[in-house]
Design a protein around this ligand. Structure first.
Ligand SMILES: N[C@@H](CCSC[C@H](N)C(=O)O)C(=O)O
Length: 896
């Protein structure tokens, strides 16, 4: 047939011929593939045909519709442009119902309104900051509690699903998660949830994937929402959210809320979204292809890259089963927040912006941007690395994207060129620097130095570490209200012996608490432990890190078989550190840890901090994170400060496991030794911790009254009186601050003579004690110690130390105080039922034992082997007061 343009179309077969072609019927019956479906926005319903045959959907820019009983009356309740979009979204999502609202968070808000007060949600512990914020709001204003679990392990939902006391009404999932790109097995979680909670609503934020890559309704989930701002629209020129579901009851609730609150998408934004969504598959194909190249590029440089498209990704297998592709968002760690900031700031083609899914590539630091609304302490507890960089890859030429990234990495000092590459891509090496800016590691995809070091550590056979207890000399109680406290290390210590074994078991033996337990290393809850960022591995956990309460509860309930609280806490702290260091170092040493306390326990002398420091240092050596100490130290060998700081930060975490919210002073003294002036942060003023330089040891007599007391009640009592009687309590606090200031000046003074120093100390001890009594924390037993020590022939000054209300007292013993007089005083105190310890304050910090005859003790493999078992037997069986002597005889201690 000839057309007016002269182009001849082939003759059509007769209609009867076509009608009888089986192939043709099959072809017609086949549903369109996704790319076709998404590009074809015509409404298949003939009654919705546009009267003029418009190719693009008209914008019904009207608030009201005339007439009665028509399909629409008011745009808040419904609008033809929005309906058209909703049909289209339902079609590409394979859903019975779809709704379009004003943003992704608006969608989640509508979904949350399906809940009622008392309901509980289970959500992931890596999730978008905005969702986390809304969850917080829901708790405060809607009476709905959320439990955050590790959704990479479906079993982590079980404690809530199985326990009928939990009113689980919703499960909220992301996969991959934002921003760590972890994978949740949506199918398995939906199955498990339905098994225990038939009516619970399983909700998935599918924004990272879009219906092109994943359709969670097909996996058994109930509600899926997307931020339409991202992939669906693709151009960052509108805000929208879409919700899909199959359940009619849920759809009814959602439609009701949208109409009631009025957050349905506007006609113009509905039009824009319909326009953008047509190219969804095309855009994602290109963005994903670019992402794979970029992820591989960064991984080859040795960065820790989170992207389910990479071979080594932990959840890849699950992801490949539930989704069609890895998507176009990835994140990576640099190990240093400032370095990450420099990299982000040095890019030019990559736009520094929140959000993702745009055709243009974006770069961001989640902790400063999209996830900044999550409390930093919560971020730390959930192992969200502060240095994390998120890349949202666009459709640009991947070579340009990599060029720009490479230029930024070079300019920021993250990599350096080792070979210019003669016209091709230069060969780069990653640079990792220590705190002082020295290059400590150069690697191209491997951590050669660290690995070699780790292997050497694995050979470590036995190691003994120790750490001192502390006394508070001045400022206890007042320290809680911002006054300076002076604390010093005492020479009573806690000792930790770690011995290798070869049966895959881990034991903790605490003879002084009557506790001993062995675990099969393989059966420890490894799936509940997040790997630490490289920053944490290099410098230890941040001071505001919060231990993961869910893991601690699990450890206490399922792994520590003991009722005594002290033993449970000690074992929890030990396992918590062991698990995290093992996951992060890749070494799971089979060992027996025996810990002995040469300090009275629960007497206010920092025994838990000494335990935490001794155990943390031992674990850090065993996991190869700190280098093994030299086997032939020189007389003045000390532990480098950066190693001590690393030990202190881990010990502080252990202290938090044991005590909840300790100030950090005890572990710092136990790590560094000497004396410290400590001031905690209070409203509007930062805290401080100053090492008292030049502080010379002072002899003290410590007397344990053996009167038990409850520190918490005593601290709360002072706080209450401060509120009720400010005119009495505040002047006392001011005066204690003066005492601490004078003590600090006196102890670090280079001009005062030794006897002037000791006289001043004695005077201040008396004054501080009187103030503590006025604060209400004295005790008759303490007064009895004081009057005894004050009696002639002793005439010594004494004060309570620590919480008071019983507990311990410290007595200043001047230099050259006759030995026999001291012995008589101790006998007199013992007669009254008290226990005394002669100790000095201001001694060494944590230490590592270099055994006597170390050179003969090296094993054939080069590991460090301690001397024969009699020594060890003595360690295990010694009476508390003999431990110090044992330690001195066992070898040379290298201390901080
Ligand atoms: N200031 C905004 C940040 C939005 S982040 C948007 C997005 N979902 C992402 O992950 O980048 C806010 O506080 O909500």
């Amino acid at each position: 047939m000839a057309s007016s343009t002269g182009y001849t179309t082939p003759a059509s077969p007769s209609s009867s011929e076509a009608a009888h072609s089986l192939t043709s019927s099959l072809l017609r019956a086949r549903p369109y593939r996704f790319a076709t479906q998404v590009a074809t926005v015509d409404n298949p319903d003939p009654s919705h045909k546009d009267q003029y045959g418009a190719s693009s959907v008209p914008i019904y820019q009207t608030a009201t519709f005339k007439g009665m009983g028509g399909a629409y009356d008011y745009t808040r309740s419904g609008n033809p442009t929005r309906s058209h979009l909703e049909h289209h979204i339902a079609k590409i999502s394979n859903a019975r119902h779809a709704f379009a609202v004003t943003s992704g968070m608006g969608a989640l808000d509508v979904i949350f309104r399906l809940l009622k007060p008392g309901d509980e949600i289970i959500a992931g512990n890596d999730l978008y900051g905005g969702s986390n914020r809304l969850i917080g709001y829901l708790k405060a204003h809607g009476g709905v509690t959320t439990h955050h679990v590790d959704t990479t392990n479906p079993k982590s939902l079980l404690p809530y699903l199985e326990d009928p006391s939990h009113n689980v009404a919703m499960v909220l999932l992301e996969s991959p998660t934002n921003p760590l790109l972890q994978i949740a097995d949506l199918e398995e979680i939906a199955r498990l949830t339905k098994r225990y909670r038939k009516d619970a609503i399983i909700v998935v934020d599918n924004t990272m994937m879009s219906p092109y890559l994943c359709r969670p309704l097909e996996l058994g989930c109930d509600v899926v929402y997307d931020s339409g701002t991202k992939y669906l629209s693709g151009h960052h020129d509108l805000m929208a959210g879409v919700i899909c579901c199959d359940r009619d009851d849920v759809a009814k609730g959602i439609a009701f809320t949208i109409n009631s609150i009025g957050n349905g998408l506007s006609p113009f934004d509905s039009f824009l979204l319909l326009r953008g969504v047509k190219t969804l598959s095309l855009r994602i194909d290109k963005q994903q292809a670019n992402s794979i190249l970029i992820a591989e590029y960064l991984a080859n440089l040795g960065f820790k890259v989170n992207y389910p498209g990479l071979k080594g990704h932990k959840g890849k297998e699950v992801h490949d089963r539930i989704a069609k592709g890895p998507g176009a968002v990835l994140s990576f760690e640099t190990g240093d927040v400032a370095l990450s900031e420099r990299i982000v700031g040095s890019t030019r083609l990559w736009g520094i912006s929140v959000s993702f899914g745009c055709i243009n590539s974006l770069i961001s630091m989640p902790c400063l941007m999209s996830h900044a609304s999550i409390d930093p302490a919560v971020r730390a507890a959930r192992n969200l690395p502060e240095d994390l960089i998120r890349l949202c890859v666009g459709i640009e030429d991947p070579a340009d994207l990599i060029d720009d990234l490479e230029a930024a990495l070079l300019e920021a000092g993250a990599v350096r060129v080792v070979d210019e590459g003669m016209g091709g891509r230069a060969r780069l090496e990653r640079i990792v620097q220590d705190g002082e800016g020295r290059v400590v590691e150069l690697a191209n995809g491997t951590l050669q130095g660290e690995e070699a070091h780790g292997a050497a550590q694995a050979k470590l056979q036995k190691i003994i570490t120790s750490a001192p207890g502390k006394v508070i000399l001045f400022g206890e109680h007042a320290v809680v209200h911002g006054v300076t406290a002076i604390a010093g290390a005492i020479d009573l210590r806690c000792y930790c012996l770690a011995e290798s074994r070869s049966d895959g078991q881990l034991s903790l033996v605490l003879p002084d608490l009557g506790y001993s337990q062995t675990w099969d290393i393989a059966s420890l809850p490894w799936d509940k432990v997040g790997a630490l960022s490289s920053t944490v591995l290099k410098s230890g956990p941040k001071s505001d890190a919060i231990p993961d309460q869910e893991l601690l509860t699990l450890l206490a309930n399922q792994f520590v078989h003991q009722d005594k609280l002290k033993a449970v806490q000690a074992a929890q702290a030990f396992l918590y550190l062991y698990l995290h260091l093992a996951v992060s170092s890749g070494i799971k040493p089979a060992q027996t840890y025996t810990v002995r306390s040469g300090l009275p326990i629960s007497a206010g002398l920092g025994s838990s901090a000494a335990y935490s420091v001794a155990v943390a240092s031992s674990l850090l050596y065993s996991h190869g994170i700190l280098p093994a100490p030299a086997s032939s130290p020189s007389a003045d060998s000390t532990i480098p400060l950066e190693h001590a700081n690393m030990v202190n930060s881990w010990a502080f975490l252990a202290e938090k496991v044991i005590h909840g919210t300790p100030s950090g002073v005890d572990n710092t003294v136990a790590t560094l030794g000497g004396a410290i002036a400590f001031r905690r942060a209070v409203k509007g003023r930062e805290g401080s911790m100053d090492v008292l330089k030049g502080f010379d040891k002072v002899e003290f007599l410590l007397t344990d009254t053996k009167v038990p007391r409850d520190t918490k009640t005593l601290v709360a009592g002072v706080a209450r009186r401060k509120l009720e009687e400010p005119d009495t309590i505040n002047p006392l606090l001011t005066s204690i601050q003066r005492i601490s200031d004078e003590a600090q000046a006196c102890l670090s003074s280079t001009t005062l003579s030794r006897s002037e120093q000791l006289d001043t100390l004695s005077r201040l001890v008396e004054q501080n004690h009187q103030h503590l009594v006025s604060l209400g924390v004295g005790h008759v037993a303490l007064e009895s110690v004081r009057s005894k020590t004050k009696e002639q022939p002793w005439g010594l000054a004494t004060k309570l130390t620590g919480a008071g209300g019983g507990g311990c007292a410290v007595t200043v013993v001047p230099d050259g105080f006759p030995e026999d007089k001291l012995t008589a005083l101790r006998a007199a105190l013992a007669n009254s039922g008290f226990e005394t310890y002669a100790t000095s304050v201001g001694g060494r910090g944590f230490g590592v034992l270099i055994p006597a005859h170390a050179s003969q003790l090296e094993t054939a493999e080069g590991g460090v082997e301690l001397s024969a078992s009699p020594q060890q037997k003595r360690f295990e069986e010694a009476q508390t007061e003999e431990l110090g002597r044992w330690a001195e005889e066992a070898g040379v201690w290298v201390c901080a």
